[in-house]
Design a protein around this ligand. Structure first.
Ligand SMILES: Nc1nc2c(ncn2[C@@H]2O[C@H](COP(=O)(O)OP(=O)(O)O)[C@@H](O)[C@H]2O)c(=O)[nH]1
Ligand SMILES: [Mg+2]
Length: 264
């Protein structure tokens, strides 16, 4: 799976990388997901510099891009954007309208999100005429497996709104259900049990109903968090999810390479 990801090339010269937006509440493991993917391709547990302590507020306020790969072997044509937590109140976390602006490609790297107002056209970090390459090619909503049954309605509505906007643009959407070890003791004991766990299946169904995403677009994953060594099971589960989302993001790029994108 590592080889096939490394050999992957985008079928459009004008799109240099597939862009994924990781979006979800604080503390669900968005930064850890990026760390886990980086670890796989660096072949060592990545220093958890991006992950925050389990409590506290998110510190991802800046729109930052994370590439995969290294200087030695080159970078993969993949980019991840990790967006500051969606909070229940509109006043905390990144605003829904800004997340939609990011999907459309209007927000350039380095933009610092404000909670009181969305990006304006006058902002130097505003991209007025985003091309297909500036857009997000796949929306990855991130939810914590052990928190699914506690998600409140306001929050669910917010996530739905973003997903509807993505649907309107034809952007594929998936859900990464992280922290599976915290939701299921059998899975914690052995990650291979994830495919047999009734608890995980139940949570995927609940998540599907709450967010309106088909079950086959929900990927249960586990991130590196207290491991210091590489673990094949963690890698396989994540690589499986990554391989799928690369295909779907690529399908989006191929489709919209011929259809002009709607400018707004
Ligand atoms: N047990 C466990 N902990 C995780 C997992 N993924 C992330 N974490 C922990 O959850 C906390 C929040 O993760 P972080 O990546 O900072 O979340 P973010 O706010 O969404 O970026 C950190 O303490 C991580 O180490 C996982 O799959 N299992
Ligand atoms: Mg984070």
């Amino acid at each position: 799976m590592v080889t096939s990801v490394k050999e992957f090339k985008i079928d459009n010269d004008r799109v240099r990388e597939l862009r994924f937006l990781l979006y979800g509440p604080i503390g669900v493991g968005k930064s850890s997901t990026v760390n886990t993917i980086r670890s796989i391709f660096e072949r060592r547990a990545f220093v958890n510099c991006l992950a925050a302590a389990a409590s506290g507020t998110s510190h991802t306020k800046c729109y930052e891009k994370y590439g995969i790969g290294n200087g030695r072997e080159g970078m993969l044509p993949l980019a991840f954007y990790d967006i500051m937590g969606v909070e229940k109140q509109e006043s905390a976390g990144v605003r829904t309208d800004d997340i939609i602006n990011a999907l459309k490609g209007h927000i350039k790297e380095g933009y610092v999100f404000h909670t009181q107002f969305p990006i304006t056209e006058k902002d130097p970090k505003y991209c007025r005429n985003p091309s297909l390459s500036d857009r997000i090619h796949c929306l990855v909503s991130v939810v914590g497996a052990e928190k699914i049954t506690m998600m409140d309605q306001e929050f669910i509505n917010k996530m739905r709104k973003v997903r509807e906007a993505a649907s309107g643009m034809g952007i594929p959407q998936v859900v990464f259900m992280t922290r599976v070890d915290l939701a299921c003791p059998m899975t914690k004991e052995n990650l291979k049990n994830i495919y047999r766990s009734r608890k995980i299946k139940e949570l995927m169904n609940t998540c599907s109903n709450l967010l309106g995403v088909p079950v086959n677009c929900i990927f249960p994953v586990k991130n590196y968090h207290d491991e210091t060594h590489m673990n094949e099971e963690i890698n396989c589960l994540m690589l499986d999810a990554l391989t799928q989302i690369i295909h779907w993001a690529h399908d989006y790029v191929v489709t919209f390479s011929t259809i002009p994108i709607h400018k707004e």
